[in-house]
Design a protein around this ligand. Structure first.
Ligand code: ADP
Ligand code: TRP
Length: 320
């Protein structure tokens, strides 16, 4: 099994990113070789300010390492340090039907939200396919919104293999259904672009304030409440163990507990959950050389594989 996933450094990482992608990817590194990268080429589809991109890239590196990437097991790198993916993207691009990209939800969603409809944004699933195929990934842990892109990858890889011979390994998406769509504070999918996120490394007052903003219905304190219809409870379930979940659910159903109380429980549980990671992040922040070394070593490992795959692809199409 070879695991690969990536995240765009286009804003502060949130608990949807954490449960949908980071935690599964970090757990999968125990089972096989893993490649995780910071998709900074992808982020250029929405971030057009050099200093901001650089800072967000650094933040994502710290976040991931703090959350548990083991650099011994996992090649952790910046996408732009493995430029082989671009040449590969072109070789895939010429085999990608326009219709396949036109059907991608992500382009439609992002342009509907006001992102410029650039060629890069439209073609981005092809670059994503190159990210995956360049390292012979077999398992791609992602949230549900990325499933279609892994399907595009399989489609294009099959076209290539049929046309030129077996070069690419077929990847599978790995989606944890229980956390495939973590809701935001407004109940929609949590997403940087919906401004409804709860940051992983928020804490103290700002975190509490954010949690207090979670949308609930207008039931009175004494009313019985349905935990399964409540955004606060949906988020609480991500952090609390089974016994704590059952206990809070009973208090919802019994009435006499307000949503403010459930929110406080969520706040305290979340602070405890991320505490060890927050400490690790503070230590890492003081050691930028270590972080840089990890990223360089990761890029070296990814490049070795990518050069081999690209070499075989060039040979197959008649460039070499
Ligand atoms: P965003 O929607 O905030 O821009 P990204 O598109 O950068 O997030 O997603 C990075 C990874 O996190 C992807 O694998 C994506 O599927 C996952 N992810 C993002 N939001 C959620 C969510 N609300 N629930 C589950 N997974 C998510
Ligand atoms: N498109 C992904 C996102 O927006 C990030 C990404 C880029 C990715 N390349 C990838 C994820 C390859 C998994 C595999 O979240």
């Amino acid at each position: 099994m070879r695991v690969l996933s990536g995240v765009q450094p286009s804003g502060k990482l949130h608990i949807g990113n954490y449960f949908g992608m980071m935690k599964p990817a970090i757990e999968l590194q125990e089972q096989g070789e893993a490649f995780l990268f910071i998709a900074n080429y992808h982020a250029l589809t929405s971030v057009h300010e050099g200093a901001a991109l650089r800072e967000m890239t650094r933040d994502v590196a710290l976040d991931f390492l703090a959350c548990g990437i083991d650099p011994e097991r996992t090649a952790f790198y910046r996408q732009s340090d493995v430029p082989e993916v671009h040449e590969l993207a072109w070789l895939l691009s010429v085999l990608t039907p326009m219709g396949l990209l036109e059907r991608c939800h992500s382009f439609k969603d992002k342009t509907a939200k006001g992102l410029a409809a650039s060629h890069g944004l439209f073609a981005y699933p092809v670059l994503m396919a190159a990210d995956i195929l360049a390292v012979n990934a077999t398992v791609v842990p992602v949230g549900r919104d990325q499933k279609q892109h892994v399907e595009v990858t399989r489609d294009v890889a099959t076209r290539f293999n049929n046309a030129f011979g077996e070069v690419f390994v077929m990847p599978e998406p790995s989606i944890r259904e229980t956390v495939a769509v973590v809701p935001g504070i407004d109940g929609q999918k949590m997403s940087k672009s919906y401004h409804n996120t709860i940051e992983i490394f928020g804490s103290g007052k700002p975190l509490k304030k954010r949690i207090m903003k979670i949308l609930t219905d207008s039931k009175e304190l004494e009313d019985a409440k349905d935990p399964d219809m409540c955004n606060v409870f949906a988020l609480y379930k991500l952090f609390a163990d089974e016994a704590a979940q059952v206990e809070l659910a009973e208090r919802y159903r019994a009435g006499g507990m307000g949503y403010g109380h459930a929110k406080t429980e969520l706040f305290e549980t979340m602070e405890r959950y991320f505490e060890p990671m927050r400490e690790r992040r503070m230590r890492l922040e003081k050691d930028p050389d270590f972080v840089e070394d990890v990223l360089r070593a990761g890029a070296k490992r990814a490049s070795e594989v990518a050069q081999d795959v690209l070499g075989r692809a060039r040979e197959a199409v008649g460039l070499a």
